[in-house]
Design a protein around this ligand. Structure first.
Ligand code: HMG
Ligand code: MG
Length: 298
C-alpha cells in the first residue's frame, strides 16, 4: 500500500536557517550541506535568491552555493521569487529552482509583497527561463491549510493556486503547511485539491511541526500515495513572515518512521543525526528531533 521508497528534500540549510536571529556563517552552512550529502541525502534546498533586506540570513547565497563540493547525483535547489533572483541563481548552477506562492492572499502580500495573481505573473518568465535552461521547476504552495493572517484556508484555494502553477509550466508542486496547524484529514484535502491539477509523482508534502502534527500529516500524505517530502534536519526552521511557526518536521524523525515501515530513503540515519548535531551544536541548542535525541542518548 505504501511506496517502496521515498524522496526526501532536506530544506534545513534554507528553510531551517532563514529565520535564525544571529547570522550563521557561510562556512557552517556549507559544512551542513556536506554532512547532509555524506549521509546520503540526494536533494538539498540550499538557499534563496531573495532580497537581503527581507531575509538577510540568505544574503550569502552565492558564497554558499559556490563553496559546496558537489557530489554527483545530488540535486541542489534554491528559491527564486522573480527574474532578478533567477538570474543571480543561474550563475551558481542550481539543479532545481523553486518559485513560491501562497494559497492565501494575505500571506502572499506579507511574504513576497504582491497578490497571488501578481506572483504568478512574476513566476511565469522565471519558469520559462528555467525550463529553457533545462532546470527543473518546483512550486512551493504556502498556507494550504491555514494562514497566520486569514485563519483556515479552504481546499478550493489550494486547487486554484495549483491550477495557476500548472498553467505557467511549474513541473512539481509542494503542498506546504507553513504554520504547522494542519491535521491529517485537512492535509489530505489540500493534497487532493492539488491532485486535480498534478499527478501523484509531481506533488510533495512540506509540513511544519508547530502543533506536533507534521509526522502524522506525513503519514496521511503517504497514504494518498505521496512519496516526496521536504523535511529539515534537526527540525530547524520557520518562516520570517509567519510569526510563531516552528521548523519543518525533522528529517531524522521522518527517516526513522519510513525505515521502520520498510520504506527506503537512501539516507543513513546515524550520519543524518551527526549532521543535525553539527548544526545544533553550532546554534547552541539540542536537535528538535525526537529520533535524534533518542539516538544521541543511546
Ligand atoms: P519587492 O520589494 O516587492 O521587490 O520584494 P521589488 O522588485 O520592488 O524590488 C525592491 C528591492 O529589492 C530592489 O532593491 C531590488 O533590487 C531588490 P533596491 O533598489 O531597493 O535596493 N530585489 C532583490 N534583491 C535580491 N534578490 C532578489 C530581489 N528582488 C528584488 N530576487 C521580493 C519582492 C519577493 C523580492 C521580497 O518580498 C522578498 O525577497 N521576499 C522574501 C520572501 C522569503 O524569502 N520568504 C521566505 C521563504 S518562503 C517560505 O519559507 C515558505 C516555504 O518554506 C513553504 C512554506 O513553508 O510555506 C517555501
Ligand atoms: Mg517552509
Amino acid at each position: 500500500r505504501h511506496p517502496p521508497s521515498v524522496k526526501i528534500v532536506d530544506v534545513g540549510p534554507r528553510d531551517g536557517l532563514q529565520n535564525e536571529k544571529s547570522p550563521v556563517p557561510a562556512a557552517v552552512k556549507i559544512g551542513l550541506v556536506h554532512r547532509l550529502q555524506d549521509a546520503g541525502v540526494k536533494n538539498i534546498e540550499v538557499t534563496s535568491y531573495v532580497s537581503p533586506k527581507w531575509v538577510p540570513q540568505m544574503a550569502d547565497n552565492h558564497e554558499v552555493m559556490s563553496g559546496i563540493a558537489r557530489q554527483g547525483g545530488v540535486v541542489y535547489s534554491v528559491l527564486t521569487p522573480n527574474l532578478q533572483g533567477f538570474e543571480a541563481a543561474l550563475r551558481d548552477r542550481p539543479g532545481e529552482i523553486v518559485v513560491f506562492g501562497s494559497a492565501s492572499e494575505a500571506f502572499s502580500r506579507k511574504n513576497i509583497n504582491c497578490s497571488i495573481a501578481e506572483s504568478i505573473e512574476r513566476f511565469a518568465p522565471v519558469v520559462e527561463a528555467a525550463r529553457a535552461a533545462g532546470i527543473h521547476v518546483r512550486g512551493a504552495m504556502s498556507c494550504t491549510v491555514g494562514c497566520p493572517y486569514e485563519g483556515e484556508v479552504a481546499p478550493e484555494r489550494v486547487g486554484y493556486l495549483a491550477g495557476l502553477m500548472k498553467g505557467i509550466g511549474v513541473q512539481h508542486v509542494g503542498v506546504a503547511d507553513t504554520i504547522g496547524v494542519g491535521t491529517p484529514v485537512k492535509v489530505q484535502r489540500a493534497i487532493e485539491a492539488t491532485l486535480a491539477h498534478y499527478g501523484i509523482d509531481d506533488v510533495s508534502g512540506h509540513f511544519h511541526d508547530t502543533y506536533g502534527q507534521a509526522l502524522a500529516n506525513t503519514l496521511a500524505a503517504l497514504e494518498l500515495g505521496v512519496w516526496q517530502f521536504d523535511a529539515s534536519v534537526a527540525g530547524l526552521g520557520g518562516c520570517p513572515y509567519a510569526k510563531g511557526a516552528t521548523g519543518n518536521v525533522a528529517t531524522e524523525d521522518v527517516v526513522y518512521m519510513l525505515h521502520g515501515m520498510g520504506i527506503d530513503t537512501g539516507i543513513d540515519l546515524d550520519r543524518l543525526v551527526d549532521a543535525g548535531a553539527y548544526i545544533s551544536d553550532y546554534l547552541g541548542r539540542k536537535p528538535n528531533s525526537r529520533a535524534a535525541t533518542a539516538l544521541l542518548n543511546k
